[in-house]
Write a protein that binds this ligand. Structure first.
Ligand SMILES: Cc1cc2nc3c(=O)[nH]c(=O)nc-3n(C[C@H](O)[C@H](O)[C@H](O)COP(=O)(O)OP(=O)(O)OC[C@H]3O[C@@H](n4cnc5c(N)ncnc54)[C@H](O)[C@@H]3O)c2cc1C
Length: 407
């Protein structure tokens, strides 16, 4: 909805993180301008969101509108196909192990962004603009944002949700450390002969995991899964150029024909694998969230789950600052956000890095460690339960406090 005065907060970037943060902020009574174009390319990409994220979306009353396009994930199975010299047992994490109906849900990313945009468009307190941010000037009382249209606005705070190549982050001179992996992810939506039974299946190979995640059926395709297949960039390019039938056959072979005959059922995508950490999560009147704040390979489906926790923490901090009568863009209002999020972000970034490198390595000690870890997890139920809870409801106890958005 259009606003006549400057907003309390400018959210730059209308991807999943930007739109979800705009909605959460507006529901907490902030006036928000969310700027950026809607990237709705169908590139075969989906997001698996775990129970903690679903609770957050429910707390914002967004889940009823997202649920029709989401497929439940009842179990996550891991099959070792690395040819390890140490036998690595098949692992299964089931929702029933932790007394839940599902561990999470999988949604096509373009559908998620489209639905969030629709909701944002009709939410009081949000103005959506397709303008592209080109510059910022950080002042004592406000920050000035300038768009490619040459329009400028003043606001108390800019939330950078403008992705890995964030303009806001660069203009605020926040440093980054970037690294790359010798891999790319090939993504695709697939249809297959046999039902997936709400199972997400990861085949761990020496090139990285090849994962199938359940998708909602659609007319003409009763059994569907999304694919994230990590391999060398050269192989990913070769496979992406294949005719759909040949690509589907290669996928079928890689996953041991677990779901019978497969076909490609939508767009495909190609994503070079990299990691990125930022030196600071906040600067003067700036807070980073989502992939502007952290990036790593899509192993264990962490990216957007982590970003939703950024949003929950940031909105809590801003609401607390406003209750104290403080300026929401002041350093003392933003510092608690940075302090709250740093450990979680560091843990996920290093956890994904270690997991990925352990698959790429074919050294005996690493295989031995992976074998012992899997054996312990498949045989010790309390350990398995603890790991599932950490995956789907991370930090549940530490963030459970009165008024918190992330119960
Ligand atoms: C193959 C793959 C699989 C994945 N699977 C999962 C999963 O299962 N679970 C999970 O939780 N995560 C997953 N992720 C991660 C997840 O997709 C991302 O974390 C998430 O989509 C990123 O959202 P974002 O809004 O932070 O960034 P983006 O989607 O990159 O959005 C940034 C937006 O900012 C806009 N923008 C940029 N610059 C400007 C500017 N100057 N002005 C205005 N707008 C600007 C862009 O146009 C874009 O719309 C996966 C990622 C990949 C690559």
């Amino acid at each position: 909805m259009a606003q006549t005065t400057d907003p309390d907060v400018l959210v730059v970037g209308a991807g999943a993180a930007g739109l979800a943060s705009a909605i959460a902020l507006a529901q907490s009574g902030f006036r928000v301008l969310a700027s950026g174009s809607l990237d709705l390319a169908s590139n075969g990409r989906t997001v698996a969101l775990f129970e903690g994220s679903l609770r957050f979306l429910r707390s914002l009353n967004l889940w009823p509108e997202l649920r029709p396009v989401a497929a439940p994930i009842e179990s996550i199975e891991m099959i070792d196909a690395t040819g390890s010299r140490v036998p690595i047992p098949r692992l299964a994490f089931r929702a029933a192990d932790v007394g839940l109906p599902a561990l999470g849900a999988n949604i096509e990313t373009d559908k998620l962004v489209a639905r969030l945009a629709e909701i944002a468009r009709r939410t009081d307190g949000i103005e959506l603009s397709s303008e592209w941010l080109v510059d910022i000037a950080q002042g004592d009382a406000h920050v000035r944002a300038t768009f490619s249209s040459r329009r400028s606005i003043d606001t108390k705070l800019i939330i950078a949700a403008d992705g890995q190549r964030s303009t806001v982050r660069a203009k605020a001179r926040i440093g980054t450390r970037r690294w790359s992996y010798p891999q790319a992810a090939l993504t695709a939506l697939t249809a297959h002969e046999k039902p997936h039974q709400d199972r997400s299946i990861e085949f761990h190979t020496r090139n990285g995991p090849c994962t199938l995640v359940p998708l909602k059926p659609r007319e003409g395709a009763s059994h569907r899964s999304s694919l994230v297949w990590m391999m060398s960039a050269r192989e990913a390019e070769r496979r992406r150029a294949l005719p759909p039938d040949s690509l589907a056959r290669e996928i079928g072979r890689e996953v041991d024909h677990i779901f019978g005959l497969m076909r490609i059922d939508g767009g495909t995508g190609f994503f070079p694998m990299m990691g990125m950490q930022v030196t600071r999560l906040v600067a003067r009147r700036i807070a980073l969230i989502g992939e502007a704040a952290h990036a790593f390979p899509p192993l264990a489906a962490q990216g957007l789950n982590l970003s939703l926790r950024d949003i929950a923490a940031l909105v809590d901090c801003l609401a607390a600052a406003r209750r104290r009568g403080a300026d929401i863009g002041a350093p003392e209002s933003l510092r608690p956000y940075a302090q709250a999020r740093r450990p979680d972000i560091a843990l996920r970034t290093s956890g994904v890095d270690v997991l990925n490198r352990s698959l790429l390595s074919d050294s005996l000690p690493v295989d031995l460690l992976r074998g012992l870890g899997s054996l312990a997890l498949s045989n010790i139920a309390p350990l398995r339960r603890a790991l599932i809870m950490e995956g789907i409801l991370p930090g549940e106890i530490s963030v459970r406090r009165e008024g918190a958005l992330f119960p």
